[in-house]
Write a protein that binds this ligand. Structure first.
Ligand SMILES: Nc1ncnc2c1ncn2[C@@H]1O[C@H](COP(=O)(O)OP(=O)(O)OP(=O)(O)O)[C@@H](O)[C@H]1O
Ligand SMILES: [Mg+2]
Ligand SMILES: [Zn+2]
Length: 566
């Protein structure tokens, strides 16, 4: 007989053999005992945790000659055929390769016939989330009015991809990932059954590498037996699987703690020389740091850490050397490195850089410390995590940049001649938004104003000539203000009509590249307004906190936005 892989050879044949899914198996057993088996089931969960296995056991339980029973005999023709996957009344459909409507039509055809020999006609649709919408719709009709003695089981790793209409017509069982301990025990039993001897550490390495999937654990076992023969030696197993020894991870973190960059880099060099895949190593270190972080917050015996008992002490000890903030920073650095390494030409550089960042990360002051050093009253206290702007009056937002930078001027001078029926400005892109803090220069010399006037003349000569009489104008906080002398109040009044304001607003918005409100004032009013309410920039510049920030970061206030007006 040809060699059967371990994962298949040790597929559980009864509900009680299924490891770690008692919630599911107990409910199914109960349904069988009380004759309440549903017409549709969804089995969801990670790969290799027992979905297909359980579905087959349920099929056998229902169709066994001695059934329906919670302990199918496994020997009757029905059980034997189901185990071998060739029962006429139990059809397994792989939705990943049979996604379409035709397959589901065939299936609907098949459903119409009663089971040919057994009690139930059973359809097991694997990878059910891969079905097309049409296929789901076809399936829906069948699930809605299931023919008597028919049963559908949909197995999937991505249940959220099943349409809600399907979900609501099925009973849903979520299979959990298996614990380190559950996988360890199973592996130990299988190893004994296979007449192989194994180091304790070899099995725990395998159980960890399985990451919650029993199939992965068993497949890896197959792989190491092929490589190591009759005795599984821990060191060799680690090499075969490319698993870095826990002691090495601990060693690197110790070097990080001691800020010993040399040692850290040498370790990487040694790993590379020994042929370890560095991206894989980075993943292992990330997991280790994650365990340290959890050890720090929840204690080293937390169930969230999936490692053998003897490693827990180590985790507790090392995590104690770092602060929670350190560890979360390391975690962040490593996660980023891991994803960068995937696409890097020389992954090693990214790993080295990440490790150097970790060595130096502890020397960096945190932003909170920096801010608390400012010591100004209005800043949020370090202990409070509630953003202060939730209650405080909207402050001015200040964009600080290094003093060297000069803000680019980006205006194209529009043609000066007017009136022009087709203002050429329309074809040029609107210039970037501007905020002139102080009243602007003489009207005729301001290119922005010139552009506005040109456009206005294009639409209304009357409005254009009203603009000629203003003394000054400015844009600030989303408001374009046009100022007139008392003697020209006549023009100011004309500008206040709704129609004129609308035209002016549209033109200004086009030229300035941002929506604006239009404000028309007489000089007297303007003076008062300025005395009463300093503009946002003035307020920002007088603000103590802004000043403290500016000093601390050696910055310049480039732009000020008045959030109260947005
Ligand atoms: N809960 C479990 N208890 C014991 N063995 C298990 C369990 N889950 C999986 N296995 C082992 O893994 C193999 C594959 O399991 P199964 O086919 O049920 O996985 P699955 O959940 O359907 O995975 P996939 O989503 O990849 O199809 C089984 O043959 C069995 O050896
Ligand atoms: Mg499966
Ligand atoms: Zn049977």
């Amino acid at each position: 007989m040809s060699y059967q892989v371990i994962a298949r050879k040790y597929r559980p044949q009864t509900f009680d053999d299924v490891v770690g899914q008692h919630l599911v198996t107990d409910t199914l057993k109960n349904a069988i005992l009380t004759d309440r088996v549903a017409h549709g089931y969804i089995f969801s969960g990670g790969r290799g945790v027992g979905k297909t296995t359980t579905a087959r056991i349920l099929a056998k339980a229902l169709n066994c000659i001695a059934g329906p029973t919670i302990t199918p005999d496994g020997t009757c023709p029905s059980c034997v055929e189901i185990t071998a996957g060739n029962s006429v009344d139990v059809q397994e459909i792989d939705a990943a390769s049979n996604r379409g409507i035709d397959e589901i039509r065939e299936l609907r055809e098949a459903v119409r016939y009663l089971p040919s020999r057994d009690r139930y006609k059973i359809f097991l649709i694997d990878e059910a989330h891969m079905l097309t919408t049409e296929a789901f719709n076809a399936l829906l009709k069948t699930l809605e009015e299931p023919p008597p003695r028919s049963l559908f089981m949909l197995a999937t790793t991505e249940p959220h991809k099943l349409p809600p209409t399907i979900q609501s017509r099925c009973q849903h069982f979520a299979f959990r990932l298996l614990d380190y301990g559950e996988i360890y025990d199973r592996l130990r039993a299988v190893v004994a059954d296979e007449n192989v001897s194994a180091d304790e550490g070899a099995i725990s390495t395998l159980a960890q590498a399985a990451e919650g999937s029993m199939r992965d654990g068993l497949s890896l076992l197959d792989q190491v037996i092929a490589a190591c023969g009759q005795h599984l030696d821990e060191k060799r197993v680690r090499q075969v699987l490319g698993v870095v020894p826990a002691a090495l991870l601990a060693d690197i973190m110790t070097a990080v703690d001691a800020a010993d960059s040399r040692r850290v880099l040498e370790q990487v060099g040694q790993l590379a020389a020994e042929g370890y895949e560095l991206a894989h190593f980075c993943g292992e270190l990330t997991r280790f740091v994650r365990d340290l972080m959890i050890g720090h917050s929840c204690g080293a015996d937390s169930a969230l850490i999936q490692v053998p008992t003897e490693q827990r002490k180590n985790i507790g000890e090392i995590s104690g050397r770092f602060s929670e903030e350190d560890l979360s920073r390391f975690f962040n650095i490593l996660l980023r490195a891991e994803s960068e390494m995937r696409y890097a030409l020389v992954p090693r550089f990214h790993l080295e850089l990440a490790l150097m960042k970790m060595v130096h990360a502890r020397r960096l002051a945190s932003l909170e410390t920096l801010l608390s050093g400012l010591g100004t009253a209005a800043l949020p206290a370090r202990s409070s995590s509630v953003p202060s702007h939730a209650t405080a009056p909207p402050a001015a937002r200040v964009v600080a940049e290094p003093p060297r930078q000069v803000r680019p001027a980006s205006f194209e001078r529009p043609p000066a001649e007017r009136p022009s029926p087709e203002p050429p400005v329309a074809s040029t892109p609107p210039p970037a938004p501007v905020e002139t803090a102080a009243p602007s220069a003489v009207a005729g010399e301001d290119p922005v104003l010139a552009a506005i006037k040109t456009k206005v003349y294009g639409q209304s000569n009357f409005l254009g000539s009203c603009l000629e009489h203003m003394t000054t104008w400015h844009v600030e906080n989303g408001e374009a203000t046009f100022v007139y002398a008392q003697k020209d109040s006549f023009f100011a009044d004309l500008l206040k009509s709704r129609e004129q304001q609308e035209t002016l607003r549209t033109v200004c918005a086009q030229v300035l590249g941002q929506p604006v409100r239009i404000c028309v004032r007489l000089e007297e009013q303007e003076k008062e307004a300025r005395v009463e309410r300093p503009n946002a920039r003035q307020r920002a510049e007088r603000d103590q906190n802004v000043e403290a920030f500016r000093k601390k970061f050696d910055g310049t206030v480039l732009d000020v936005k008045d959030l109260s007006r947005e």
